[in-house]
Design a protein around this ligand. Structure first.
Ligand code: FES
Length: 111
């Protein structure tokens, strides 16, 4: 396998776990990887930390980059926020997060 591929485990809102592979050299973020894997993550704002449709919980102990002010502001307004809440679009796919485990947060509406 290429060195530029990492594995991420994503638990969907039905509790089913998906192991997905993500390239680290294409500037993807976790929201985009969820979408590429066919998971129901809307990414309405296109990854600008403005919609929270990519809200997820980080289950593994990876040291992620601190959330930006924009991300924290958005999480302040989101539903079902927990201590381990992050916005998937603000998590860059890099070798540092190989083996990351996340769970998709519930969304407040399904329109
Ligand atoms: S895609 Fe909108 S906040 Fe992440």
């Amino acid at each position: 396998m290429s060195e530029n591929i990492i594995k991420i485990k994503i638990t969907d809102r039905e509790g089913k776990q998906h192991e997905v592979e993500a390239p680290t050299d294409m500037n993807f973020n976790l929201m985009e990887i969820c979408q590429a894997a066919g998971l129901p993550v809307k990414g309405t704002c296109g990854g600008m930390a403005l919609c929270a449709s990519c809200h997820c919980y980080v289950l593994s102990n990876h040291e992620l980059k601190e959330p930006s002010e924009d991300e924290e502001d958005m999480l302040d307004q989101a539903f079902y926020v927990e201590d381990n809440s992050r916005l998937g679009c603000q998590i860059a796919i890099s070798n540092d997060i190989d083996g990351l485990e996340v769970q998709l947060a519930l969304v407040d509406d399904e329109d």
